[in-house]
Design a binder for this molecule. Structure first.
Ligand SMILES: Nc1ncnc2c1ncn2[C@@H]1O[C@H](COP(=O)(O)OP(=O)(O)OP(=O)(O)O)[C@@H](O)[C@H]1O
Length: 274
């Protein structure tokens, strides 16, 4: 009997996505995360492992805690005075809630792209150079290189290379969103958080951003909140389904969309609610 035959006879237990995640590098490990806005318990016992160089989609109906979860990952949620948290969010092995954790450094490592494109009222060039300048880079040649590399990385260089000194408000919404992605890339992040980045865009711009996300995951880990289930199915590797502040199911995107374990996931992805 050859080895191949032997292997097929061994009863291999099915490995869940969560177990696979634990085997490879996790960028984030969220453990028993709870979050309250005053008395509103918005996140409940969230356990999630976010994989490196993957696209993780967060889906679920309005108000289920998707954006809150995303904003917890870079501690932006703390800007709301009534917020209280418990549990742990480990980023690269360290709990970001630790008292001496440097939130500025965290936000340098973890970029964010918002629902509505939000360029600064400055030239396209200055939008991209803004972050590097804050980090002390003043040399024009180096800044030129960063601007070009970032705009190329966001697949918009060819469209704006002759308009770098024009105000970023003068380009289309889809182009503005890619400039915002380029602005994020300019500080060389490790993770990119995207909060419904295409919901304000037309279908062609949406497609461009979706293609871009696929390219960016070679270099970055991406967590994307989306209301668009086709989008989650098209571009993500893992999907977490949130409902009323809980993670109902977290698995490979294929499993979530073809063979979900929980009836509530099935009902949501088949459009029965939300
Ligand atoms: N700044 C805030 N202050 C108080 N409560 C908030 C705040 N932001 C969100 N909430 C509440 O927290 C819960 C989760 O909201 P969140 O915005 O995270 O949901 P979501 O799933 O992203 O919703 P949507 O899909 O509509 O954007 C909701 O009950 C919401 O009302």
């Amino acid at each position: 009997m050859n080895t191949a035959t032997i292997k097929t006879k061994i009863d291999v237990p099915k490995i869940t996505a969560t177990e696979q995640q634990l085997e490879k590098d996790s960028v984030y490990s969220t453990r028993q995360l709870n979050l309250w806005y005053g008395s509103n318990h918005a996140l409940k016992n969230i356990d999630l492992e976010i994989g490196e160089n993957e696209v993780t989609a967060i889906i679920g109906p309005s108000g289920c805690g998707k954006s809150t979860y995303l904003k917890t990952l870079n501690r932006m949620v703390e800007l709301v005075p009534s917020v209280k948290t418990s549990g742990e969010v480990q980023y690269r092995g360290r709990n970001i809630f630790e008292a001496n954790y440097g939130v500025e450094e965290l936000r340098t490592r973890v970029g964010m792209v918002f629902q509505k494109p939000n360029p600064f009222p400055k030239s396209i060039y200055d939008n991209i150079a803004y972050g590097p300048r804050i980090h002390g880079i003043k040399n024009r040649k180096i800044l030129d290189e960063i601007v070009e590399k970032s705009l190329r990385g966001a697949a918009i260089w060819d469209e704006v290379k002759d308009r770098l000194n024009e105000n970023a408000y003068g380009i289309s919404g889809g182009q503005q969103q890619r400039v915002c992605i380029a602005r994020t890339l300019a500080i060389e992040p490790d993770v990119i958080l995207m909060d419904e980045p295409t919901s304000a865009l037309d279908p062609i711009s949406t497609l461009k951003i979706e293609e871009l996300v696929q390219e960016l995951k070679e270099q970055y880990s991406i967590i994307i909140v989306t209301h668009n289930m086709q989008q989650a199915a098209r571009i993500s590797d893992k999907t977490a389904f949130f409902l009323n502040g809980e993670v109902i199911e977290y698995d490979s995107t294929d499993t979530i969309f073809s063979n979900p374990a929980d009836k509530r996931t099935e009902d949501y992805i088949s459009g029965r609610f939300g």
